[in-house]
Design a protein. Structure first.
Lengths: 466, 319
């Protein structure tokens, strides 16, 4: 390899350059290196910098019980992930499994999940025990939450379960569940010369008149009696507790409770399909959408599919009504499930970004109008004329019915029985009592007395002063 | 060192316990030391894995520990409170009674069915050889899958059996929601799942049975029935006891079938003690109380196992 004269004699080379001393060979080399590096950075970095997202590289983990709402959220997740840069994994579990696992996870202040579903009957327990992080600072921080997100837009009753005694907010609702009556085969009721039942007597008469007609069972419900039964109990003048949340003495052995339990047990055993005592929500819904069972009282999310699900065979004959009232009045069940952040979560800001997006007006609006998730907790959507139009089903204004129930539930705080920390124990006693009555093991009086004794013993075990 | 010296050392060692190790020959002491060196890690692991949790369970049973109530973890103010509640807990007593019925019927049925099928499969024909592995299928399936299979079979709206009943015009109630049949439904499913286990153990014992025993009886003119009754069954007595013990211990741990099929219901007719403990701990967070119940169950299981082992050991000595 030949060498250039400059290389062989550096001084000569230096002399060959323009004098001035400002530029020498090293400077040229440095400049070239800098330009090369700059070009390299220039080619790659600017687009990255331009697209830098706040949660790039974050993987957010959440857990929820299986519900169609979370499936709807999942459908829109790619858009959220694209906008924020984070990846969201939602672990969906069956309702009882989820609650058991989450109870354990939260009590150990674990950090497996960044956000969770706050289950309505467990809200008092989880919020009260200090297992969830308060969200107020996120809501009030304009860098994290824009003003138009507006927490005041949530129907007030739906936020009650997520407020602690300290006045702080520990969750935001994704569902405003209002219990109503869904009728799959109204044509059979019409054929019998009857109407939508408005009282418990009428409901019993309708069931007696249409049971077995066209091979259809008159009544169906799932096995969560602790949710399905209390409206019947209260409509007949009974209560779960003497005065929840202040006086938690169970009142399951009153004459009203025995009458209500007998009534509800009869609906299941006399007018229910075979095996109804083991039915899950899905099974009960399917029996209605396939036209094998007629009347069910449950949350709107479980009865609306009669008219809205693509594969429903009863779209034309579906009707809706209030839960029939009794001598004690009308106490339709109402619930709200929400999203919250475990106190041990490590990525709280990212979790809040997700919750904020999932419970935003825009997401609720899309889920309601594009995917039929109509049990929304935001008033601005319920008041939307389009929402009213969607919920006008077979000539019925179901939106008005929904609002009526939500407003009724807000009166007198009668749903507070369900959010006391010890409700799961008492709810289990109700489940077992109804099963004993419907399977003819015990009379209603005896079964409810057993439930009362067991509930009292359990509450004492939990240290509740009775 | 002569052999006689070693023997005398041994004798001295076995006489005086305190000075036994010191009196042993050097190589023997080394052997024992080596033996303990190998055994110690296993014993330590065993203690960590089984003994410590059991001790923790025992300690917890003296507290009112509830996950929902902070500060109850080390509260020993009334250490016997859980045990006092336990004696007056009618639902626990009911669960023990249900457990007794479930254990009795499943163990008896599994032993009987396992014995009959094992005796049939012991006939070494090509068909029986082929059938052997088929019979093992229920046992090798994950318990949750077995539970789902039976859930489908017992659910009228999706069960092939109920489609047939319907086609025949029969109205058959589903057993899992019928208070009179729910436990039977569990017993049937559990027997289906686990009789292959007893069958396998009995089959193994039969394969080792000396043919001379049966041959001698045949020469003496014994019929097939007499051979089974007077030769085979006495030979299998201890095997049946051991298989029964295994199944008894397992029956006390029954969980997936009840969880999936009946959830302990209707009411509490299928709520066994194991399931009751589960709901007390994981549904209501009564960890202290459920630990106390678990300690009692552990004691019962150990007692039953001890009795059966004594019976088997006694029979062996008589033999």
């Amino acid at each position: 390899m030949s060498r250039s004269p400059e290389a062989a004699n550096p001084e000569a080379a230096d002399a060959a350059l323009p004098a001035a001393g400002a530029i020498n060979r090293r400077d040229v080399l440095r400049t070239m290196a800098a330009l090369t590096a700059g070009a390299a950075v220039g080619l790659r970095s600017p687009p990255v910098l331009a697209q830098a997202k706040r949660f790039d590289g974050v993987t957010l983990r959440g857990a929820c019980f299986q519900h169609v709402f979370h499936e709807n959220v999942k459908a829109y997740l790619p858009e959220f992930e694209k906008a924020t840069g984070m990846k969201v994994e939602i672990d969906l579990q069956a309702f009882p499994v989820y609650n058991q696992r989450m109870d354990l996870e939260l009590s150990t202040q674990g950090s497996s999940y960044d956000f969770i579903n706050i289950t309505f009957p467990y809200s008092g327990r989880w919020v009260g025990a200090g297992w969830l992080a308060p969200l107020d600072s996120f809501v009030s921080d304009r860098n994290q939450t824009p003003a138009e997100w507006n927490p005041d837009d949530f129907v007030s009753g739906t936020q009650t379960p997520f407020r602690g005694k300290d006045g702080k907010t520990y969750g935001f609702a994704w569902e405003a569940g209002a219990m109503m009556m869904g009728i799959a085969r109204y044509d059979l009721i019409e054929k019998a010369g009857l109407n939508i039942p408005e009282t418990l007597e009428e409901l019993a008469a309708v069931c007696a008149a249409v049971h077995g007609k066209d091979g259809v069972a008159a009544y169906v419900n799932d096995k969560l009696h602790h949710w399905n039964f209390p409206p019947y109990l209260m409509n007949m003048g009974g209560k779960v507790f003497r005065k929840a949340p202040d006086d938690l003495m169970p009142t399951l052995d009153t004459p009203e409770a025995a009458r209500a339990a007998q009534y509800y047990g009869d609906l299941l055993s006399k007018y229910g399909p075979q095996g109804v005592l083991s039915f899950t929500d899905d099974q009960a819904l399917r029996s209605q959408t396939e036209g094998r069972a007629n009347i069910r009282t449950n949350a709107m999310a479980w009865v609306l599919p009669l008219a809205k699900r693509a594969d429903s065979k009863v779209k034309e004959t579906a009707r809706f009504g209030m839960i029939p009232k009794g001598a004690g009045g009308s106490f339709p069940g109402c619930n709200a499930n929400g999203y919250g952040i475990p106190v041990g979560a490590r990525q709280k800001e990212a979790a809040w970004a997700f919750i904020q997006w999932a419970t935003s007006k825009e997401t609720f609006r899309r889920i309601a109008f594009e995917r039929g998730g109509l049990a929304v907790p935001r008033r601005s959507i319920i008041d939307d004329p389009e929402y009213r139009k969607v919920l006008n089903i077979n000539g019925q204004d179901v939106a008005a019915l929904y609002l009526q129930i939500l407003e009724r539930a807000g009166e007198g705080n009668y749903m507070s029985y369900r959010t006391v920390p010890v409700f799961p124990q008492v709810g289990d006693k109700i489940n077992k009592a109804i099963e004993r009555i419907a399977s003819r093991q015990q009379s209603a009086e005896a079964s409810m007395a057993t439930a009362q004794a067991e509930a009292v013993a359990d509450l004492r075990k939990a240290g509740v002063a009775l | 060192m002569s052999i006689s010296t070693k023997v005398s050392d041994y004798a001295a060692a076995s006489d005086g316990r305190g000075a036994a190790i010191g009196a042993l020959p050097h190589f023997e002491r080394q052997r024992i030391r080596f033996f303990w060196m190998l055994l110690t890690p296993v014993l330590v692991i065993l203690a960590i894995v089984t003994l410590l949790p059991t001790i923790y369970l025992l300690v917890t049973s003296f507290t009112p520990l509830s996950l929902a109530t902070p500060g109850t973890a080390w509260n020993f103010s009334d250490p016997l409170a859980n045990y006092k509640v336990l004696f007056g807990d009618s639902r626990l007593h009911n669960s023990l009674w249900v457990q007794l019925k479930l254990s009795f019927f499943t163990v008896v049925l599994q032993l009987l069915l396992g014995l009959v099928v094992a005796l049939l499969l012991n006939m070494r024909t090509a068909l029986m050889e082929a059938l052997r592995s088929t019979f093992l299928v229920p046992m090798v399936l994950p318990p949750i899958v077995v539970a789902i299979i039976w859930k489908v079979l017992y659910s009228p709206d999706i069960s092939p059996a109920w489609w047939i009943f319907k086609a025949l015009g029969w109205s058959v109630a589903t057993p899992i929601t019928d208070a009179n049949w729910a436990l039977t439904a569990i017993i049937i499913a559990d027997t289906w799942e686990w009789f292959p286990f007893t069958m396998l153990i009995i089959l193994a014992a039969l394969s080792m049975m000396p043919e001379e025993l049966r041959e001698a009886a045949r020469i003496d003119g014994a019929t097939s029935w007499q051979l089974t009754w007077f030769v085979t069954l006495p030979y299998l007595r201890n095997t049946l006891l051991v298989a029964g013990l295994f199944r008894l211990i397992d029956s006390i741990k029954t969980f997936p079938l009840i969880y999936i099929l009946t959830d302990g219901g209707p009411g509490t007719v299928t709520e066994v003690s194991n399931y009751y403990v589960f709901s007390q701990s994981f549904n209501y967070s009564y960890i202290g109380y459920s630990s106390a119940v678990t300690m009692v169950l552990l004691a019962i299981t150990l007692l039953l196992s001890w009795i059966i082992i004594r019976v088997v050991a006694g029979e062996s000595r008589v033999d």
